[in-house]
Design a protein around this ligand. Structure first.
Ligand code: GCW
Length: 684
């Protein structure tokens, strides 16, 4: 992917560690592909190559002295179409007098400009490039690792990790493969990610100590990732003052507790001056939190925020708080309501450096859910929307499931109606009525120590698309896939680039909808095997206390979340959505069973009765997987053998598992309803 750059005469101008990174990348590319790299700047080190005379490409930090003479005078003078400060991470790209010029006002901008050139390939060096400013839409673009230092007896080392062990730790000690960690930092920077939380939000005893006596581990990771513009964050346990500090309480209003967090945090910053902050899962699924002390979540979050504020750190406080010991008879308790019920009343009470981290949907990373109503309910709170790149509920990196189209739908959703701001606008702090706070996009990571990084080679496309969407939520998923294909399967390395592109689109473009078709129908969710969340278990959660019911019986299926007769969840949305979801007639088909309990004979907008829709989509989903597999086999001998084989192995399993889903779901509903398939297909 660096070939186009590496064949040219490239000048890097600027000082500082990130510019060192840019220069090292350029020098490496030039050494590999025959170009020449030069460096200027007040602090260019003696080992750097001397300036190269006339250049084809210049990457220059405007703040380092004047611009070198190799940069055509016109480059900086030409105003961009959306002129204005480039900011900490932005850059300007233009082409003047046959020189491709990237200008930035801060080192990170130069780094992102470099990777932009790499993405453009040859096209960056030909034709016209009128000056254009590029800036990230969102300030913080973050990945959360659910990695443990120790291996958990049930979850393994990485909770919901499907790519082997942690890349950060091995055998209870820091992972020895430092080159791979550097490569990871480079990978993340190339997609625009600038923050990472390194350990699981379920914080075990060993992991709790990363904050104190194991801080060295974190210092080391911060040092390795810093050259790529990535700040390190840490998940902490709310009980840390007790379990680490030996205090009798973790009460957020206790002075001793406050002092403990302040001094502990000060010690972290003494070692990691650019430390990002804390991530907290409190009062959720057994994790400790402020409820134990009769305090609320604003008290809890503000405690940590106060300790971090003097150092410029933030708390990502997760809104995933619900009662996981429900009683099915109690139809007023609804897990979907929980985040809003807990947090909406606290809007306005959170400190400035608290970021409330909300899962994109109200339940739990399902392949289909409505967008969380919390996003519209907290205008005075800084928000992070949390996505799940790791495919916990979307095939666990055994199934090819390209999630960008789904994330794009979430980000484009307009909580206040068509004329108002989208979720992405809220995060990007686009002006609108009411207070504005802006926010982050965060995702649970999908990388491990697997040789293919993500287990499934094609799951890398999700990681890539996440970073790019966080940079620009308006990007088109198909175009992002093209970018990823160009970077991952460069034309010079494959037998038939056009066939590779066509095949990857055929396999991935619609793969999320395919996955949706063969799993839980019409937004009802779950129906997964409780042991590990892989494969079908239609009633797996129906008779447990997690509160993820589908309420199927012989007459119908779905959860009544209306205000009129159900849990009232639909009423947590502003207009128009509260009315749309409340109404059986207006509710979108794909969310019907999330909001309504209907008879099997209920006719969808598509004109098909619910029961027939279930049969049709499940048969279709499996046929689509068969087609995906057939398409992929055309790449035999065209791409790298190991990648090809790994994907074949995964597609075989996807087909097996999709077939199992189809048969269990279809049989289940056939037996419940007694309604035969109108098309007479075989149902067991
Ligand atoms: O989806 C659920 C997962 C848990 C996870 C939890 C969370 C880290 O099954 O494994 O715990 O969400 O997001 O906190």
């Amino acid at each position: 992917a660096f070939r186009a750059l590496g064949t040219r005469r490239v000048l890097v101008h600027g000082d500082g560690p990130l510019v060192d990174t840019v220069f090292a990348e350029v020098a490496r590319a030039c050494a590999a592909h025959g170009g020449r790299a030069g460096r200027t700047g007040t602090g260019a080190t003696s080992g750097d190559a001397p300036p190269v005379g006339p250049v084809d490409v210049a990457l220059a930090l405007r703040t380092t002295g004047g611009l070198p003479s190799a940069v055509p005078a016109g480059a900086s003078a030409v105003p961009g179409p959306d002129d204005g400060p480039l900011g900490d991470e932005g850059f300007l790209l233009t082409r003047v007098d046959d020189v491709t010029v990237v200008l930035a006002d801060a080192p990170a901008g130069l780094l992102y400009g470099l990777f932009h050139l790499v993405r453009l390939g040859e096209s960056a060096y030909v034709g016209d490039h009128p000056p254009r400013a590029h800036r990230p839409a969102l300030r913080r673009r973050m990945l959360d690792h659910w990695d443990n230092v120790a291996v958990h007896p049930v979850m393994g080392q990485v909770e919901r990790g499907y790519a082997g062990g942690s890349i950060f730790w091995r055998d209870g000690a820091p992972h020895g493969d430092r080159d791979r960690l550097r490569a990871y930092g480079r990978l993340l920077a190339s997609m625009g990610v600038n923050a990472i939380s390194v350990n699981n939000v379920n914080v075990g005893l060993t992991e709790a100590r990363l904050l104190t006596d194991r801080l060295d581990d974190v210092v080391d990771l911060a040092d390795l990732l810093r050259p790529y513009g990535i700040r390190v964050h840490l998940s902490v346990t709310f009980a840390a003052p007790v379990v680490l500090g030996g205090l009798p309480t973790a009460d957020p209003l206790d002075d001793g507790v406050r002092d403990w967090w302040e001094s502990t945090t000060r010690r972290v910053y003494a070692r990691i001056p650019d430390f990002g902050g804390y991530v907290v899962k409190a009062d959720s699924e057994g994790q400790p939190g402020p409820f134990s002390y009769g305090r609320d979540h604003a008290d809890g979050a503000n405690l940590l925020a106060a300790a971090l504020a003097p150092h410029g750190g933030v708390v990502h406080w997760r809104a995933f708080v619900y009662d996981h010991r429900q009683d099915w008879r109690d139809r007023t308790t609804d897990r979907a309501r929980a985040a809003y019920d807990h947090f909406a009343p606290l809007d306005g009470r959170f400190a400035d450096n608290v970021v409330l981290q909300v899962k994109f949907g109200p339940v739990d990373f399902q392949p289909r859910e409505p967008v969380s109503p919390v996003i519209a309910a907290m205008p005075a709170t800084r928000l992070a929307v949390e996505l799940q790149v790791t495919q916990e509920y979307t095939g666990q990196q055994w199934h090819a499931c390209y999630l960008a189209p789904w994330w794009r739908e979430v980000l484009a959703f307009r909580p206040w109606g068509a004329a108002e701001r989208s979720v992405a606008d809220v995060l990007a702090d686009v002006p609108g009525p009411g207070p504005r706070r802006g926010g982050d996009l965060v995702a649970v990571a999908n990388v491990g120590d697997d040789p293919f990084w993500c287990g499934h080679p094609l799951a890398q496309a999700n990681l890539y698309a996440f970073g790019r969407l966080a940079w620009d939520p308006g990007l088109d998923p198909g175009a992002l896939l093209d970018e990823w294909i160009d970077l991952t399967f460069p034309a010079s390395t494959v037998g038939d680039p056009a066939l590779v592109r066509e095949t990857l689109h055929a396999v991935l473009d619609d793969s999320w909808r395919t996955y949706e078709r063969y799993t839980a129908p019409l937004g009802v969710g779950f129906m997964v095997n409780p042991a590990g969340h892989y494969g079908p278990g239609v009633d797996g959660y129906e008779y447990s206390r997690w509160g993820t019911y589908h309420f199927a019986d012989r007459d119908g299926v779905g959860v009544d979340r209306t205000c009129a007769t159900g849990t009232g969840f639909a009423g947590q949305y502003p207009q128009p959505w509260s009315q749309v979801y409340e109404s059986l007639e207006r509710c979108p088909d794909e969310l019907l069973l999330f909001f309504h309990h209907v008879p099997y004979s209920h006719v969808l907008h598509s004109g098909v009765p619910v029961i027939q829709h279930i049969y049709d989509t499940h048969f279709a989903g499996v046929e689509e997987v068969v087609a995906m597999r057939d398409r992929w086999t055309r790449l035999a001998g065209v791409i790298d053998r190991a990648v090809y084989d790994r994907v074949v192995e995964r597609l075989d399993e996807q087909l097996r598992c999709a077939t199992e889903w189809r048969d269990q779901v279809n049989t289940y509903f056939f037996r419940k309803s007694g309604v035969p398939d109108a098309k007479g297909r075989h149902i067991y």
